[in-house]
Design a binder for this molecule. Sequence first.
Ligand code: HC0
Ligand code: SF4
Length: 559
Amino acid sequence: MSYMTINNRRVAFTDEKNVLSVIRKSGIDLPTFCYHSELSTYGACRMCVVEDDRGRVFASCSETPRDGMVIYTNTPRLQHHRKMILELLLASHCRDCTTCRENGVCVLQKLARQLGINYVRFENTKPQLPIDETSDCIVLDSNKCILCGDCVRTCEEIQGIGVLDFAFRGSKMQVTPAFNRRMAETDCVGCGQCRSVCPTGAITIKYNVSPVWREVADPNTRVVVQIAPAVRVAIGDKFGIPKGENSLGKLVAALRRMGFDEIYDTNFGADLTVMEESKELLERLESGQNLPLFTSCCPGWVKFCENRFPELRGHISTCRSPQQMFGALLKEEARMNEADKRRTVVVSIMPCTAKKAEILRPEHMTEGEQDVDYVLTTTEVTRMIQETGIDLAVIEPEALDMPFGISSGAGAIFGVTGGVTEAVLRRLMNSSNVEVLEEISYTGVRGVDGLKEATVLVGEREVKIAVVNGLKTAGELMERIKTGEAHYDFVEVMACKRGCITGGGQPVPIGPRTKKARLEGLYKIDNMAQIKLSNENPIIQNLYQGLLKGKEHKLLHNE
Ligand code: HC0
Ligand code: SF4
């Protein structure tokens, strides 16, 4: 154990990687724009500067803690320094805060208020740059960029894609795709992780709120909504509900008051996926073809695989994702119900920006119709609830609608890395015995490591599994699979670190405590669930005998 003195108080530290972490651990939240514990240290914004007992001023994110250090975090000199940085950033920033999408969330705005910047002395001489709205998932507005580089490092270091980078020099410097391409012309997979770390409104979610309000207001339209697993543990964030608490019932109550006609759960779609994907795995194990089987429920991963490893595309499961399976089923049910003359519109509430692109893919259309019409992220729905004037903290929870309002615990854990695999294994072991369930959870599929490996016995056969989160790790694993260096039977990939709980459409900021609370929240839902196995969901069993009979391929698979 070592010690340093922070503002005249002795503070112990052990293996903290920088002085900033020690300061934060001591209860002082020093501001930063460019520091994220999971990214490399950039040290560019200089907001985290501190002063030592010899008058040296340095960025605390870039300094290794040493025993005996004496530092001060808020001297008049530092206050002046930080205010000047902020004022200069504000000077070259388009300041339409009242109409900005990130109003109230923006870190620049928050710090300007916190540090008491009431006036900017300098004129903004930067020319207005065009806004890039070509992506179906995110919007890039360089006029609001403060060049912290968080998005650049996330795309490169976490996702291994590197779509964004710095271009030009001096006052003309911008963060943009290479060769001045528009986002739609790049290898962007739409995961929105760049948006999650952007401290301002420079990268935002592509909103679909207005058309959904129009559908809800149309009396001739039946608007059916499905709620993804990871949404329920994040929708409470902006209403003061404890982090990670399951707010599904409250969200259902709010959506009813907002005018949605029927409210269901994507966990039900996940149960369907488990049925189909476990069947497909058994078939491939039997035939020995196209192994390993890659999961297909994360559209960020599917696009990454198609872009980077087209030769391995045939390994991707033919199963549609839970949102698509459920959408196709809801639309089919509507087509069969001739008595209801209304048009059916399916809206998904997702933690994910990439899902906005998934619904537009041609293979996700049935009989010429989109299976899901709109994707709203958790963040957009938060705005809609606030716009309606509902306080989620006080609203009484309500139940989902029937007949699709029942789902298993296996469906709930889809929202965290390893969840899809665990759910499939439960189906294959086909036992709700507590010991068997625990045994599966101890195989190595749980936890937040980028790559987890497990070997399980399915019948007589050893099945080798890899579970990946983060596309950079996925890319490295794929290279090893391609060269024959690594052998697996089943590979689950989720583009976002820890899975959908940190999806690009979730409310920000997503700090370490929030990540942990959301993850634990989903496992808690599973612990409380009466049905643990997807195949024990009675509605699923009935469906296979009824509406789905003979239509499994048409509604649940891609070509
Ligand atoms: Fe996910 Fe899903 S778990 S991808 O992360 O598989 O978005 O939450 O809805 O479709 O179920 C996202 C979350 C889903 C789907 C499910 C899967
Ligand atoms: Fe979307 Fe989940 Fe994939 Fe992230 S991990 S891109 S939230 S589906």
